[in-house]
Design a protein around this ligand. Structure first.
Ligand SMILES: C[S@@+](CC[C@H](N)C(=O)[O-])C[C@H]1O[C@@H](n2cnc3c(N)ncnc32)[C@H](O)[C@@H]1O
Length: 285
């Protein structure tokens, strides 16, 4: 697999599957109703980007949706496949498959009604170049007006929380969460690094809403639904919220094809005019 800069530098490829499975067990379903809402509204097949151990892909498949999960970490994918196999052995055959890929160069050779990216996974893309490449690849994998649902941290409160530690805005919200972890933030690269004692450090890039809108403008998406969290509360930018977004693939005129067609037809007309000119000349002679 050819790795993008984010794939190489984010640290996720080396993250221990056992540790991750403890943090995000299949039983952790607090955000599932939101992804289920998206599935009900936008339909399947569903592409679960950065699917981890299949925490969301598997329950969606249990609800009857066809799901393809993609992740860069081979151990996470092996775990997701094992959990699915065990369900099939227990008589629960699901329409879910898992693939190891770097989403920056996503290539599945098919399209989806809906792509989801739970658990702030868009932030594993560490540069604007990788974000743009990913969105362009994603666009090719969505049907016309297909939807892309995901969530992001609100950078400002996150950074302030990191700077002030637990004063004012408290991060982490639950002090027992991520105990033993340290976080640092680099304002130039907009990258937060999370260092935990028993796993490889991981990096997450912060993107604010206007930057995101610009990325969408450049890649042919537009925001269709914007919420303050996966519980679909109104987006106010308040400190305890994140951005939860459903974007749609914008319909675009196929300008390149139209231009090529116009150039060819102009060239043909020119050729015909030249030929008729030549004919006229030959008649005059
Ligand atoms: C925050 S975890 C979320 C996991 C899962 N979506 C969930 O909700 O439990 C981010 C996931 O992104 C994956 N990932 C990181 N960089 C990636 C890349 N470039 N391509 C594909 N997956 C990537 C990681 O391996 C990890 O599983």
């Amino acid at each position: 697999m050819k790795l993008s800069q984010s794939g190489k530098e984010s640290g996720w490829i080396s993250y221990s599957a056992d540790v991750w499975n403890e943090k995000r067990p299949l039983s952790m379903k607090g955000d599932l109703p939101f992804w289920q809402y998206c599935a009900e509204k936008y339909g399947d097949p569903i592409l679960d980007l950065c699917c981890g151990n299949g925490r969301i892909a598997i329950p969606l498949a249990e609800l009857g949706y066809e799901v393809v999960g993609v992740d860069i970490n081979p151990d996470f994918i092996a775990l997701a496949q094992r959990q699915t196999r065990e369900m099939a052995q227990g008589g629960r055959e699901l329409k879910v498959t898992f693939k190891i890929q770097d989403i920056v160069s996503l290539k599945l050779g098919r399209t989806f009604q809906l792509a989801i990216m739970p658990d702030w996974s868009f932030q594993v893309l560490l540069t604007q170049e990788d974000q743009l490449s990913f969105l362009r690849r994603l666009r090719k994998h969505l049907v016309l007006a297909g939807a892309f649902a995901f969530n992001l941290f609100i950078p400002f409160y996150r950074q302030r929380g990191l700077i002030e530690k637990h004063g004012g805005y408290q991060w982490p919200p639950d002090p027992s969460y991520h105990s033993g972890a340290s976080r640092s933030y680099d304002a130039v690269s907009q990258i937060e690094t999370l260092v935990e004692s028993n796993v490889h450090p991981v990096k997450l890039r912060h993107t604010n809403l206007s930057e995101l809108k610009q990325l969408f403008r450049l890649t042919g998406f537009e925001i269709a639904e914007l919420y303050g969290d996966v519980d679909r509360r109104p987006f106010t930018g308040n400190r305890d919220n994140d951005y939860t977004i459903i974007a749609r693939r914008k319909w675009a005129w196929p300008w390149r094809t139209i231009t090529a067609w116009r150039l060819t037809s102009f060239a043909q007309t020119d050729l015909q005019l030249c030929q008729s000119g030549k004919n006229r000349r030959s008649l005059v002679q």
